[in-house]
Structure formats: C-alpha cells, structure tokens
Design a protein around this ligand. Structure first.
Ligand code: CMX
Length: 438
C-alpha cells in the first residue's frame, strides 16, 4: 500500500498521543447533559461520539476536515476532462486531514483498480437470491460474502497485537472500497439489464469505472457520479449508517461485517432509502395529475394530501440540519448547468419552492428544508438511470468512503467497545420521583 498507509500511521500516532493527553488532563470535563426526552427520542443531540472525518453544523451543513461542499468542488483534484471532484481525493482528505495532490489521488485510483477483482463466490451468492430481491438486500448480502477476504479477521484469528489492528483494518478498507463498484454494477446489470455484465476498465478512475460498469458513458453522467460519490460519503458519526458501522466495528468485527451493518441501516426509508422514496413520490404526483410538470398549486395540494395521510414527505427534514442541505444545493447547481429543462428536475425545484412553508406550518417538523435525497433521483433519471430502487446502492458505495475512513481512525486510536447505558421506564419513573423529593 506504500506511502499513503505510512503517512496515515504517522498522522494517527500524533493524534493518538494528543488524545491520551486530552483524556488525562480533561477526561472529567462534561460535554453536556442528557435529558429524559433525549433518551426516549433517538438520543438527538447527545454529544457522545468522536468522528474525525467530518463535522455537521445545523445551519451550515457538512464540512469534511474543515472543507465545505463548495470548497471540495473547488479544491479537490478532478479528472483532466472534468470539473467535479474525484471521490478518491475526498477519501484522502477524510483519512489524512489534508488536501491531496493529483499524485495522491492517482495513487489511490491505481490501488483501487488493482484490488478491484471480486471473487467468483460473491457473484454466486448474489445469483442465489431471487432476481427481484431489493438491490440493497443484494448489496448487503454481497458485502457479507466478500468478508471471506478479510485480512483483519484472518490476522485476529491467528493472534495479533492490538497495535496492529489499524494495519489490517486499513488493508480491508482499501480492498473493500475497491470492490464495491463492481459488486454494485453487477447487481444493477443482473436486475435490470438481463444479466449482461460489463467488465471493469482498469484505466479509468474509481467513479468513471463505476459509471462504465453500470453501462453509462455519457460525460455528464460520469461527472454526476463523481459528484454523487463525493457528496454522499460522510455526514459525521451519529447518522444510522455511520453509527452502525462504528458500533459494530467497536466489537472488533472486521470492516466487511461493520460496513454490512451500516448498509442495512442505510436501507431504511428514513435514511438512505429516502432517495428511492423521493422519486417514487414525484412520479406518483406526476401520474396522479397526468402531467410531468405539475403547477406549484398542484404540488402544494399533493404535499398536504401526503401529510393528511400520515406519511412523510420524503427528502425533507433532518435530525440535525436546520437549513437547506448544501448537498441538495450542489446537485441543484449541477442540474442548472447540465439539465435545467428536465421536467422532473423542474418539479424538484418547484417542490422546493412550496414544501418548506407547508411543512413549517405543521408546527412540529423541526427542519422544513430539503436534504440530500430530495434531488439525487431526478439527476440520475435524467441520464437514464430510472430504476429507483437501485439509488440507495449508489449512496452505499459512496458512504463506504466516510465510514471506512472512520473505522481506520477508530482502530488507529484504539477506541473502546461501545456500550452506552440504557434504562427502563421503571428506572426513569423512580429517578423522577427521587428528584421531586430532593
Ligand atoms: N414529512 C412529514 N413529517 C415529517 C417530516 C417530513 N419530511 N420530517 C419530520 N416529520 C415529522 C416526524 O415524523 C415527527 O412526527 P411525529 O412527532 O408524529 O413522530 C415530527 O415531524 C418531528 O420530527 P423532527 O424532529 O422534525 O425530525 P426527526 O429528527 O425525528 O426525523 C427525519 C428526521 C429525516 C427522519 C424526518 O425529517 C423524515 O422522516 N424525513 C423524511 C424522510 C427523509 O427524507 N429521510 C432522509 C434523511 C437524510 C438521510 O439520512 O439520507
């Protein structure tokens, strides 16, 4: 793996020493209180995790090692013919905490291309599932099937020192990321293209090769995939896919097992599956009204109908964000350049004009603004990738970059097995009673 791994180890050792000092000197410092409501309502806002790769601000959105999405688009290396960042560069940034050079990005691209061979038994496992199986189920199963390749599991089984955990985690991370596009594209071509598979092209960058294996070579689509794989990669540590990967990894389950846990979480409709739900919701809206470009009034009525039926408006709301998601804005900017007249894209923009006021008026939805999932489907559809139940797999391939970079840090910093305290409602009632007496 060469200089990138050595460089990571050097940076991680410095950080580990700093953390030891922080814990020794400030270990007793309180980071905040936990309320009864937080314990019952999804632990929202409880500061209890360390994730080095990115940090989310409720109003500003995500920053990857200090870089906002517009900064990523400006500063990360891109391909010769393109303007969008290469996701390999974001991986480097999240791992090292510093911007990569073109050579760093090329080195990672070449490493992933070299390691991308997927063993046959993984395809056999996919083939053993009914072809109609949801692509996220096929993807999660395939990640588990890849686990036979885990260097971490093998080394642990043979007996290694704690000091070596990071090394095997790093190796597994690089191999797993290298193989995911091939696995995802295989699932896509199996389910939607009569099993007519496309062999990888080792000369292409990670994103372009993925687009190629999916069967889309148009320049705009390749650029979209690079952008998509970059902006979906990480959203600090508390979201379901990141937290699940981190939690399972804390038991020293290897990166394959940990990432599979993250993917089964991403497959939930309140998390990553929302990208599928958004496009279904828009298509239903278009179908019900018999027009590809419903008016804002018609959209407003449809949103109200959705709410009256007790359903969520997919693509809107967020557990942390309180403004328009900059990942939505980045996609909107992309669409303004590449496909401003696409009817579904225009409908996404019209929903954006009317939905926030209506959601706000309910008085209970804390964030009436769009999240990343509100826009992505319309862009994919524009380029012909219309099979919406595959969309979350694309999200998953991207999410690997963030959660696996984080896992490398978890092991390099020697983080402990995660084990927060839970209570029963009986315990809460007794606690409340005791407080009342005091
Ligand atoms: N449509 C309708 N109701 C919504 C809503 C939406 N888009 N967003 C929140 N609400 C409702 C919640 O369901 C909750 O209702 P109850 O009190 O009846 O349970 C109430 O408003 C308060 O919720 P909140 O505190 O504003 O939001 P949460 O932190 O609980 O949930 C999220 C956040 C994302 C799950 C929620 O906004 C949602 O369901 N959005 C739609 C699904 C979606 O787009 N998910 C993708 C998120 C991004 C990602 O992870 O990929």
């Amino acid at each position: 793996m060469g200089y990138i791994k050595d460089h990571f180890k050097k940076i991680a050792d410095i950080q580990a020493t700093e953390i030891k000092k922080i814990i020794a000197e400030h270990g007793e410092l309180s980071l905040g209180e936990v309320t009864v409501a937080q314990a019952y309502q999804g632990m929202r806002g409880i500061p209890g995790l360390i994730t080095e790769t990115s940090l989310l601000d409720a109003n500003e959105g995500i920053r990857f090692r200090g870089c906002s999405i517009p900064e990523l688009r400006e500063k990360l290396p891109h391909s010769e013919a393109g303007n969008e960042p290469l996701p390999e560069g974001l991986f480097y940034l999240m791992l090292m905490g510093e911007l990569p050079s073109h050579e760093d990005v090329e080195h990672i691209s070449a490493t992933w291309a070299r390691r991308s061979h997927v063993p046959n038994h993984v395809f056999d496992v996919i083939e053993s599932l009914p072809v109609g199986t949801h692509p996220m189920t096929q993807f999660s199963v395939a990640v588990l099937a890849l686990q036979t390749e885990s260097k971490f599991a093998k080394a642990y089984n043979e007996g290694i020192s704690k000091k070596e955990y990071w090394d095997y985690t790093f190796e597994d991370t690089m191999t797993l990321i290298a193989r995911l596009p091939r696995v995802a594209a295989y699932i896509y071509r199996r389910k939607y293209k009569n099993g007519e598979h496309i062999q990888p092209d080792g000369m292409l960058d990670w994103g372009a090769n993925f687009a190629h294996m999916l069967g889309y070579s148009e320049h705009g689509f390749v650029e979209l995939i690079r952008l998509y794989l970059t902006i979906h990669a990480d959203h600090e540590g508390g979201n379901v896919s990141a937290h699940a990967t981190h939690l399972v990894g804390s038991a020293l389950s290897d990166p394959y097992l940990s990432f599979a846990a993250g993917m089964t979480g991403l497959a939930g409709p309140l998390h990553g599956l929302a990208n599928q739900e958004v496009i279904r919701w828009i298509e239903e809206l278009q179908e019900n009204l018999g027009t590809l470009e419903p008016s804002k009034e018609q959209i407003a009525d449809y949103i109200k109908k959705t709410l009256t039926e007790g359903k969520v408006v997919p693509g809107y709301g967020h557990a942390v964000l309180r403004k328009t998601d900059p990942r939505f804005t980045a996609q909107m900017e992309f669409a303004k350049v590449h496909c401003p007249n696409d009817p579904t894209v225009k409908t996404v923009w019209n929903v954006y004009e009317v939905a926030p006021d209506i959601l706000e008026s309910t008085g209970k939805i804390k964030n009436p603004w769009p999240n990343v999932d509100a826009h992505s489907g319309a862009l994919l559809k524009h380029y012909g990738l219309i099979e919406e139940d595959f969309y979350t797999v694309l999200f998953g391939v991207s999410r690997a970059l963030g959660v696996l970079a984080s896992l490398c840090w978890d092991r390099a910093l020697g983080f402990a097995i995660e084990r927060p305290k839970s209570m029963t409602t009986e315990w809460i009632k007794n606690y409340i009673a005791k407080q009342a007496v005091q």
